[in-house]
Design a protein around this ligand. Structure first.
Ligand code: PEP
Ligand code: MG
Length: 760
């Protein structure tokens, strides 16, 4: 390969990748790959073999130079031939004379007889082998280093595209018989949900507009024409406004914009797509994306940038369409919400009896929205990065929140398989029903309290039904997130009172507003580069005392005449000064309320331990407050430097990390050294294996999602405290999170609790 070719690498790579991205389906993507590689590398053959994991076979998927009739028909065993060798080694195999290699296999149906030189590179995405990309040449020569480097780089860049296309490629309006697809993500909330996908997408985000079938084509066309006319009008106004400030050449750009919106151009194409049954917004997305991809694949930089203009126009028209669109989403009775980044508001917008599942392309099990889904008993799968939401609308899906996968267009076998799991789960929960009224006491008489985490009033029935002895964390921000402005003191008082009354006489721990990080209020945007290290929790409310004071007053007033203990809890505390200041404000609120004539008790005040600094100061903190409560979701993210929302690093988010366990034990010891109770309200309290260790550490209260409460109770009451402590002592000597988790899980299995281990 010539020097010139090497210097052209980046350009060629970019062009090939862009063409592949815009191909739209897997088969066309692969076809473009082989065509372009053959052309650019001047080889006689280029082929792609994709691994079919279920069948453990390579499928011959695309070729230039070999027998095209074998495409989609010929399969190879995973250990067969040189292709198998590339896959096994997971590295390039570069041979001058492939014919003499012991692993070479001759496939008559491929017609590959005359080729001697062979270069095969694996296609790997996120550590899994997707297939093998091969080039061949009839002369016996070794491909040089630059050729190998080119193919390896191309394969690495294409791996993501192929993974994505593999997961989504065939899902289009035009395919009537659609195959089932199993798309993997992360377990967000346990359970199995069957339903119909409803795609939720942010407004004016063209890329995420789903394809949606419509029958009233004429209305769509009228809406589209109106949106285009309004956009044209807007552009004319801009142009007039800027006339005196711009050069004629620059003003011509607006004319170009107007032309693009002409019926002979993009507008006409959009109408053709609407005629095929797609709604206006979906048709607009489809046409604009095709044009943008076309522009972006151009070599000329000026033309490449015109792609951005077309996208901008598309967004403008979309905004007009959306502002005119007053149709309310008609949620089917088996709704599965699907979106790029779903929020708590999306969850709350569907009536709970209709919501069967929840699928988010971004986020992980520790994202707040997944925690809420779990609290509501809605199966959720997060971080499904290979899911193209655009094609999902109306599809039949199964959400497997246990293993973290989504089956699109499930077949009969899938349905039967998942129905069986549902049956087993129901048996498990029914079997545990009797435990609800019993206290959580170990076989040797140790008593531990099991409380619940709540956020919505709908959590109440489930919590009480499962025997919750108190609320360890009421996430007040959920109510704030569902409003379109800050709720008033009185509005808050009513909601809090409802919660306190529902749990009366059980204690209720209300956390002061914990926004920032991944929890934002639509009416109070916080823009930061590092939101988790920024303005969060108590930092916000101490800067906005008016918010803090109104909330604390509402909490204290809400408890008037109710017998249960109100506990106020402060989130994201990193220093004693914050506690002193918050306590001063709480005492002031209390005094004022009493002076106003309301008879109420001073609530207990506690602090969440969720950053490493608070772990080290746990005893100083415990001296000042009435209780400590560990927020392990954040504590783990800050101790291990792992973003709790990032699916890419979800494997590194380890509850059983030795450093985390040590910190948890230190906090419990520190609280008890000051004679103060300690609880934990992060998700790990709801994992039976972790709960066993926490009980052994002497946590007084474990607060969790109602969904897990009975399983945890079953686990803890199956052990003696002495045995739990023996396990803990052993674990504290271990230095590896995986080994610790395996060890504890195994102890549970041996105690006959294998089913609860699987359920997490
Ligand atoms: C935590 O961080 O563990 C916690 C309970 O709070 P949140 O998940 O709401 O941040
Ligand atoms: Mg937290």
């Amino acid at each position: 390969m010539s020097r010139e070719f090497s210097s052209e690498f980046p350009k060629i790579l970019r062009r090939v990748v862009q063409e592949v991205v815009s191909a739209g389906d897997l088969v066309s993507s692969l076809d473009i790959i082989v065509e372009q590689v053959q052309k650019e590398m001047h080889t006689q053959v280029c082929s792609v073999y994709l691994l079919n994991e279920a069948r453990q076979k390579y499928v011959f998927m695309a070729t230039r130079g070999l027998n095209a009739k074998a495409v989609g028909v010929l399969t190879l065993d995973v250990d067969e031939g040189l292709v198998g060798l590339v896959g096994e080694r997971a590295e390039p195999v570069n041979l001058e004379d492939a014919q003499s290699h012991p692993r070479n296999r001759f496939f008559e149906e491929l017609g590959e007889d005359p080729f001697h030189s062979f270069l095969g590179v694996p296609i790997i995405h996120q550590r899994s082998l997707l297939g093998v990309l091969v080039v061949q040449q009839s002369e016996a020569r070794r491909f040089d280093e630059s050729e190998e480097a080119f193919l390896v780089t191309l394969s690495a860049q294409l791996a993501g595209v192929i993974a994505h296309a593999k997961a989504t490629g065939d899902l289009s309006l035009t395919t009537s018989e659609q195959p089932s697809r199993d798309v993997r993500g992360l377990s967000g909330a346990p359970g199995i949900g069957f339903g119909t996908a409803v795609v939720v997408y942010p407004k004016a985000d063209l890329g995420s507009v789903p394809t949606r079938k419509v029958s009233d084509i004429e209305s769509e066309k009228i809406a589209f024409t109106e949106a285009v006319n309004e956009t044209r009008e807007e552009i004319r106004e801009f142009s007039n406004h800027l006339e005196s400030q711009l050069q004629p050449g620059e003003l011509a750009l607006f004319d170009a914009y107007l032309n693009i919106l002409d019926d002979n151009e993009i507008a006409g194409e959009v109408k053709t797509v609407i005629d095929q049954g797609n709604w206006a917004a979906g048709a607009l997305r489809q046409v604009i994306e095709a044009h943008v991809a076309n522009f972006e694949s151009m070599e000329d930089e000026y033309l490449r940038e015109r792609g951005a203009d077309v996208r901008d126009l598309g967004v403008r028209v979309l905004a007009k369409l959306q502002s005119a669109d007053v149709r309310l989403i008609n949620y089917p009775k088996d709704t599965v919400l699907v979106g790029e980044e779903l929020t708590a508001t999306d969850l709350a917008s569907v009536a709970s009896e209709k919501l069967k599942g929840f699928v988010s392309v971004r986020g992980s099990a520790n994202s707040h929205v997944a925690i809420l889904a779990e609290a509501m008993g809605v199966p959720a799968v997060m971080g499904v990065e290979n899911l193209s939401t655009q094609w999902m609308e109306g599809k039949s899906v199964v959400v497997d929140g246990f293993s973290g996968s989504v089956v699109v267009n499930p077949g009969k076998d899938h349905i039967a398989y998942y129905e069986n799991i549902v049956k087993e789960e129901a048996e498990l929960v029914d079997g545990l029903g009797d435990l609800a009224d019993q206290p959580c006491v170990t076989t040797d008489g140790h008593r531990i309290q099991l409380w619940v985490n709540t956020g919505l009033i709908t959590d109440v029935a489930r919590s009480l039904g499962r025997g919750a002895e108190g609320v360890g964390l009421y996430r007040t921000e959920v109510h704030f997130m569902m409003n379109d402005r800050f709720p008033t003191e009185e509005e808050q008082r009513i909601i809090y009172r409802e919660h306190l009354q529902a749990f009366d006489p059980r204690p209720v721990t209300m956390r002061t507003l914990d926004i920032g990080g991944d929890k934002s209020l639509p009416y109070f945007p916080i823009e930061e580069d590092n939101p988790f290290l920024g303005w969060r929790g108590i930092r916000v409310t101490l800067d906005h005392r008016e918010i803090f004071i109104a909330q604390v007053r509402a909490m204290i007033e809400a408890n008037e005449g109710i017998d249960n203990d109100l506990r106020i809890m402060l989130p994201m505390v990193t220093s004693i000064a914050e506690i002193d200041e918050a306590q001063r404000l709480i005492s002031r609120c209390y005094r004022e309320i009493v002076e106003e004539g309301t008879e109420v008790e001073m609530p207990d005040v506690g602090v969440m331990i969720e950053v490493p600094a608070a772990v080290y100061q746990a005893q100083d903190i415990a001296k000042r407050v009435d209780f400590l409560s560990v927020g392990s979701n954040d504590l783990i993210q800050y101790m291990l430097a792992v973003d709790r929302n990032n699916a890419q690093v979800a494997e590194l988010y380890q509850e059983f990390h030795p450093a985390v366990l040590q910190a948890l034990k230190n906090v419990a010891d520190a609280a008890h050294a000051e004679g103060k109770p300690v609880s934990i309200c992060g998700e790990m309290a709801g994992s039976p294996s972790a709960a066993l260790l926490l009980m052994a550490m002497n946590y007084d209260i474990l607060s969790m999602n109602a969904t897990n409460l009975l399983m945890v109770k079953w686990a803890l009451t199956s052990f003696s405290m002495a045995k739990a402590q023996e396990i803990l002592n052993k674990v504290l000597q271990m230095d590896n999170a995986y080994l610790i988790k395996n060890y504890v899980d195994n102890e549970l299995r041996q105690a006959g609790l294998g089913r609860v281990v699987r359920a997490r």
